[in-house]
Design a protein around this ligand. Structure first.
Ligand code: HAX
Length: 436
C-alpha cells in the first residue's frame, strides 16, 4: 500500500483532521457570514456555509483546483505519450491529495482504473430496457443508481464500520464507479445513436483515450475527452450538481446513490444541460440562415428575439463568475488551434462578440460573459458527436470525478448530515417589521 494514492491520501487525511477539529472546538462560535432576506429568497446566493479544499471559484478569476489555475493544472499534470492534454487519472490524484503526481504515481492510478472498469451485465440490461426516445441523462443516472448493489461502503457499514474509517470503502466505491463511467456513457451513446454497435474497452489505454476508442472517434478526440473531463470536474461545492452530491452523501448514502442524484441536478437547463441548449439554439439560427454565417447585425437580432420572447441565452451568465469563464477560454483556444474554420465555431465566436453588450443593455444578467457551456458542444459537434442531447452526459463524467473527491474528504473529515433551517414567509415579514 505504501506509495499508492490511497496511502498518500490516508497521510493527508491524518494531517488535516486536527485542523477541522481545532476550528470546531476552539472557534465554533466565530461568525463567518450573515444572511439577508434576498439571500434567503434568492437561492442562498453567496452565503458562505460550505467547506471544500478541492476547488475554489473566484468570481473574477474563475476556478482553481487545489490552488492551481486550469492552465497550471494542464501544464503540470503528466501527459500520455504524444498527447496535448494530461491524464484524467492524474487530475483525480491532484484533487484528492493537492499534489501533482509524477509519471509513476499517475500510472498506478491508471492501472487502478483499468482493473475496475468492467461493467456488470445487469447494468447493460437496465440501459437496454430504456426506450430509445429517453434522454441520455435519465439513462446515465439510472445506470449509476443500478450499481448501488456493488457498494463496499454499504457492506462494511452494515458489518459495523468505525466513523473514522468511512472514507476508505467510499474511496473504493469512488474508484469502482469512476472507472466504469466512460464505458457506461459510450454504451448509452451507441445504443441511442449508433444502432447498439458496442466498441470494446481497451485496458491498455488511459481514460480519455479509451473513451475516444469506445466512441469510435479518432485523434485528437482522446485529447478532447481529457480536456473536457478535466475542466468540468469541479466548481466549488455550492453549484447544483456538487451540492446535491454532497447533500445526498451527507446522509451516508453511498457513492452510487449520491452521484446518480448529482447527475439529475446537472441535467437541468440552467446547469449542465445548457451545453445542449447552446447547440440547439445555434442550430435553429443556422437553419434560419440557410447555414450562412450571419452578419453581426443579424446575430444581434437573433439574440434580441430570444430575450424578447422571455428566454435566456444559453451559455452566458453565471451565478458566481463575473468574467469570461476560463473553461470557455481554454476550449476556445483549443478550437482556434484545431477547428478554426468550423462553421459552428464561427457562429459561437460571433456570439462571444455579440451577446455580452446585449446582455449589458438588457440589464438583467449580473454576468454577461460566456460560461463553459458556450463552447463545449461546438468541439463535440466538430468531431462528429452531433447528438447534442448527449453533451451533458460528458459533463457528468467529468463532474463525477470532483464530486467523488469531495465525498471522500467529507467522510474523512466527518462532516455531518446537512440540515439548514427554514423559516416561513410570515416569520420573514415579522423579522422585517411589516407584520406583527
Ligand atoms: N440570458 C438572459 N437572461 C439572463 C441570462 C442569460 N444568459 N443570465 C441571467 N439572466 C437573467 C436571469 O434569468 C434573471 O432574470 P429574472 O430577474 O427575470 O429572474 C436575471 O438575469 C438575474 O440573474 P443572475 O443573478 O445574473 O443569474 P443567476 O445567478 O440567477 O443564474 C444562470 C445564473 C447561469 C442560471 C443564468 O445566468 C442563466 O440562466 N444562464 C443561461 C443558462 C446557462 O448558460 N447555464 C449554465 C451555467 C453554467 C453552469 O452551471 N454550467 O453547468
Amino acid at each position: 500500500m505504501r506509495g499508492t494514492l490511497k496511502y498518500k491520501l490516508s497521510k493527508k487525511i491524518k494531517e488535516h483532521r486536527p485542523r477541522t477539529k481545532r476550528l470546531l472546538k476552539e472557534f465554533g462560535d466565530v461568525q463567518v457570514d450573515s444572511v439577508t432576506v434576498s439571500q434567503v429568497l434568492g437561492g442562498m446566493r453567496g452565503i458562505k456555509s460550505l467547506v471544500t479544499d478541492i476547488s475554489y471559484l473566484d468570481p473574477e478569476e474563475g476556478i482553481r483546483y487545489r490552488g492551481f489555475t486550469l492552465q497550471e493544472v494542464i501544464d503540470h499534470l503528466p501527459k500520455p505519450k504524444g498527447a496535448e492534454m494530461p491524464f484524467v487519472e492524474g487530475l483525480f490524484y491532484l484533487l484528492l491529495t493537492g499534489d501533482f503526481p509524477n509519471e509513476e504515481e499517475v500510472m498506478q492510478v491508471v492501472e487502478q482504473f483499468n482493473k475496475r472498469r468492467i461493467v456488470p451485465r445487469y447494468v447493460y440490461d437496465v440501459i437496454d430496457s430504456f426506450p430509445t426516445s429517453s434522454h441520455p441523462m435519465a439513462i446515465f443516472s439510472t445506470a449509476i443508481l443500478t450499481l448501488n448493489r456493488e457498494s463496499e461502503f454499504n457492506r462494511e457499514y452494515q458489518a459495523g464500520l468505525k466513523k473514522k474509517d468511512y472514507w476508505e470503502p467510499t474511496y473504493e466505491d469512488a474508484l469502482n464507479l469512476l472507472a466504469k463511467l466512460p464505458e457506461i456513457a459510450a454504451y448509452i451513446y451507441n445504443k441511442l445513436y449508433r444502432k447498439g454497435e458496442k466498441i470494446q474497452s481497451n485496458p491498455n489505454l488511459d481514460m480519455g483515450a479509451d473513451f475516444a476508442n469506445m466512441m469510435g472517434i479518432d485523434k485528437p478526440y482522446d485529447d478532447v475527452s481529457r480536456l473536457h473531463f478535466i475542466i468540468h470536474s469541479d466548481h466549488e461545492s455550492g453549484n447544483v450538481s456538487a451540492h446535491t452530491g454532497h447533500l445526498v452523501a451527507s446522509s451516508l448514502s453511498d457513492i452510487y446513490l449520491s452521484i446518480s442524484a448529482m447527475i439529475n441536478g446537472l441535467a437541468g437547463p440552467l446547469h449542465g444541460l445548457a451545453n445542449q441548449e447552446v447547440l440547439r439554439w445555434l442550430q435553429a439560427v443556422m437553419e434560419k440562415m440557410d447555414n450562412k454565417l450571419p452578419t453581426e447585425e443579424e446575430m444581434q437580432k437573433f439574440v434580441w428575439d430570444t430575450l424578447n420572447s422571455g428566454q435566456v441565452i444559453p451559455g452566458f451568465g453565471h451565478a458566481v463568475l463575473r468574467k469570461t469563464d476560463p473553461r470557455y477560454m481554454l476550449q476556445r483556444e483549443f478550437s482556434k488551434k484545431h477547428l478554426p474554420d468550423d462553421p459552428i465555431f464561427k457562429y459561437a465566436d460571433l456570439l462571444y462578440k455579440v451577446v455580452p453588450p446585449i446582455l449589458q443593455e438588457h440589464g438583467k444578467a449580473k454576468n454577461p460573459w460566456p460560461n463553459v457551456d458556450a463552447q463545449s458542444g461546438v468541439i463535440q459537434w466538430h468531431y462528429g458527436v452531433t447528438e447534442y442531447d448527449f453533451y451533458t452526459v460528458l459533463f457528468g463524467i467529468g463532474r463525477a470525478i470532483g464530486i467523488c473527491a469531495n465525498i471522500i474528504w467529507d467522510r474523512a473529515l466527518g462532516y455531518p448530515l446537512e440540515r439548514p433551517k427554514s423559516v416561513t414567509t410570515d416569520m420573514l415579514e415579522k423579522m422585517v417589521g411589516i407584520k406583527d
